[in-house]
Design a protein around this ligand. Structure first.
Ligand code: HEM
Length: 374
């Protein structure tokens, strides 16, 4: 556990041990997502641009969190998600067929990113033709610095995004479809269940979390396999190991490095360390996943590690446990097995010690990973 002074007073804590990470994630009353619940004074009921994107369950505490999550839980259960298998497989095959005739391709841009973004857009009901502009707008929300977007450019993109969503909601109200956006619009009509800001924030959250993470599961996972040829050989010889392999990829080099911010709503003693009300708390998932007090040989990538011994927190824990975990697992399984089937001789063009990673504290992912197809 490490603490340092926060710019506006108090301390920022980084929680790194598995036991502490689990304790923080499971105690949603002490470690809250809405800073107003950790400060004295009145709650702000904002209605600005930021509010139209950030009023989502990931940044909410009960009872708002409970109400928002209930609205979408059903669409993401393992049984519902399993039904998407043939469509996800078709998207994966199509993307790989497009690069099959080439000697090399960029796994990140040409496959790992396109697969989950296509799936979540189809689930939401956003046409493929709007993909690039949707991505451009959401880049400005999640990591403007990473993409060299200044404050003005960020505001302009956020406004365009909200306008686009409002127009889409209007269209679905008039012409309902069999998609998630229609479901949410209909829920909004049902009394006090979803405000306008909550509606656009929900779609923004599902769109972003639906692809920004799985791209890294595929990218980091393929890199781990290629860096450990014995493990790749094991999986190629026995595709039945895929479920264990995906869990090991999530544990060994997971897509989300640090959780979103939490605030202490009261003074608390966390295994001997004093955390004060109002302090910022962030848990480091990738560190907890390699804790030698919990994991045997934590730095070894071993796809035959039994699932019961994985004990990873890659999807978080407690009330904010990843809504999309079943979908992410399914996409990961299909992506990795399809790659191995299409390209039995897959190898790295980018040398291992020259891989470039995105900076930033939340997502952990490669900028690109060029692979030889034969
Ligand atoms: C391998 C891929 C993924 C990883 C590693 C991942 C990881 C996480 C983590 C760690 C959290 C909790 C964050 C916190 O407590 O601060 C979370 C929450 C969430 N994830 Fe994922 N995620 C993945 C894929 C997805 C997908 C495909 C979706 C689909 C829409 C999704 C939707 C969400 C949502 C909506 C939440 C907020 C849940 C809540 O606050 O109740 N995620 N995810």
């Amino acid at each position: 556990m490490h603490g340092h002074a926060a710019p506006y007073g108090g301390t920022i804590w980084y929680i790194t041990r598995y036991a502490d990470v689990e304790a923080v994630l499971k105690d949603a009353e002490t470690f809250v997502k809405d800073p107003a619940n950790a400060r004295d004074g009145k709650k702000k009921a904002g209605n600005g641009l930021m509010d139209r994107i950030n009023r989502n369950m990931l940044f909410a505490d009960a009872p708002d969190h409970t109400r928002l999550r209930k609205l979408v839980n059903i669409a993401f259960t393992p049984r519902r998600v399993e039904k998407l298998t043939p469509r996800i497989q078709a998207i994966a095959d199509d993307l790989l067929d497009r690069v099959a005739h080439r000697p090399s391709f960029d796994l990140i841009d040409e496959f790992a990113f396109l697969l989950p973004i296509t799936v979540i857009m189809e689930m939401l009901g956003i046409p493929e033709a709007d993909r690039d502009k949707m991505h451009d707008w959401t880049k400005a929300i999640i990591a403007p610095g990473r993409f060299g977007i200044d404050l003005k450019g960020r505001k302009r993109r956020m406004r365009a995004f909200v306008e686009y969503l409002n127009l889409t909601f209007e269209q679905r109200r008039n012409n309902p479809q069999d998609d998630l956006i229609t479901g949410l619009v209909q829920a909004e009509a049902d009394g006090e269940r979803l405000s306008e800001a909550e509606l656009s924030s929900m779609v923004a959250l599902l769109f972003v979390t639906g692809h920004e993470t799985v791209v890294n599961l595929i990218g980091n996972g393929v890199l781990a396999l290629l860096a450990h040829p014995d493990q790749l050989a094991k999986l190629s010889a026995d595709h039945g190991l895929i479920d264990q392999a995906i869990e090991e990829m999530l544990r060994y080099d997971g897509p989300v490095e640090t959780s979103t911010t939490r605030w202490a709503s009261r003074d608390v003693d966390l295994h001997g360390q004093q955390i004060k009300r109002g302090d910022v708390v962030r848990v480091v998932m990738t560190s907890a996943n390699r804790d030698n007090e919990v994991h045997d040989r934590p730095d070894v990538f071993d796809i035959s590690r039994p699932i019961a011994e994985q004990n990873h927190v890659a999807f978080g824990k407690g009330i904010h446990y990843c809504l999309g975990a079943p979908l992410a697992r399914l996409e990961g399984r299909i992506a990795i097995l399809s790659l191995i089937r299409h390209f039995p001789n897959l190898s790295l063009v980018t040398p291992l010690d020259q891989t470039e990673w995105h900076t930033g504290v939340i997502f952990r992912g490669l900028k690109s990973l060029v692979l030889k197809t034969r």
